[in-house]
Design a protein around this ligand. Structure first.
Ligand SMILES: [Fe+2]
Ligand SMILES: [Fe+2]
Length: 278
């Protein structure tokens, strides 16, 4: 059965070494087709943090795919930030900031939502360009016809559906709605993201499930499910333990379970975070 791990916000530089060792052991315990890293591999893009992230990736048996997060662009060296924002990413992680991975049961396409600067005060927020949206069909072109389509990006596309958001950032990636519509049109089944250090699942339906107009469009409706991963290693957890998501594909069903750190071991939840059926 194809299985993937979705891990996020490792934030090397603030990690606990024993939890890191346990995470590597957990990810190597069972065969995984791919480990998806949805950004913020480092705390402040220092070379030492990047070197630790590289050692972590090298210790994994499974192949990896990674996109940058806002913390992976140096905040200290402004010359590097503006002129060569991905210099350290390229040196330590990958030659690509938007990699893809294609298997028989799943196609994974990375989108970079981190930005060196934005026309607003908070540069930590994410953005997706029009070009990234219109080139999506070409990015998925090599996918097998029946493969589940997965996007990996750092910033969130749908907010958490809860009242208790007083201390939590709610800002979504810029052009989130346009991106979700493009994802739906492209048949994307799952979006894996991070940044919030919170685990949740949400869905975007097109046309809206509430639509009263029964037309052919309804028959062609498509659901894009978004899963957010908590922070896998950082001490900056937002009211939940360190965790990651495990994605399992069984025929026409894709099931996501959260695997949480219980102080001594990683524990997979019995109840799935979300189940996606085609
Ligand atoms: Fe983060
Ligand atoms: Fe982030």
């Amino acid at each position: 059965m194809p299985a993937f791990a979705h891990i996020s916000d490792l934030h090397f530089g603030s990690e606990d070494p024993s939890t890191t060792r346990a995470l590597i052991a957990e990810l190597n315990r069972e065969r995984l087709d791919l480990v998806i890293l949805s950004g913020d591999l480092t705390l402040a893009a220092r070379s030492g943090e990047y070197a630790d992230a590289r050692r972590f990736i090298d210790a994994l048996k499974a192949p990896t795919i990674a996109v940058p997060g806002n913390h992976d662009i140096t905040p200290f060296n402004l010359g590097e930030r503006f002129l060569m924002p991905y210099r350290r990413w390229h040196r330590y992680v990958s030659a690509e900031i938007e990699p893809s991975w294609f298997g028989p049961e799943a196609a994974v396409v990375g989108l970079n939502t981190a930005r060196r600067m934005r026309l607003r005060l908070n540069w930590s927020h994410g953005s997706l360009s029009r070009r990234q949206i219109v080139t999506l069909p070409a990015r998925f072109a090599p996918a097998e016809a029946n493969a589940f389509r997965i996007v990996v990006a750092h910033h969130p596309f749908i907010a958490e559906d809860t009242e208790d958001l007083s201390d939590r950032p709610r800002v979504l990636v810029k052009r989130a709605k346009a991106a979700l519509q493009a994802f739906a049109a492209e048949g994307v089944d799952l979006v894996t993201a991070g940044h919030l250090h919170r685990t949740y699942a949400a869905a975007f339906d097109t046309p809206p499930a509430t639509s009263a107009v029964i037309t052919q469009e309804v028959a062609q409706s498509h659901r894009v499910t978004v899963i957010q991963a908590g922070t896998a290693l950082s001490a900056r957890t937002r009211g939940e333990p360190n965790s990651f998501n495990r994605i399992e594909i069984d025929g026409d069903t894709m099931e996501v379970h959260t695997v949480a750190w219980r102080g001594k071991r990683w524990e997979r939840t019995d109840e799935p975070l979300v189940t996606i059926r085609r």
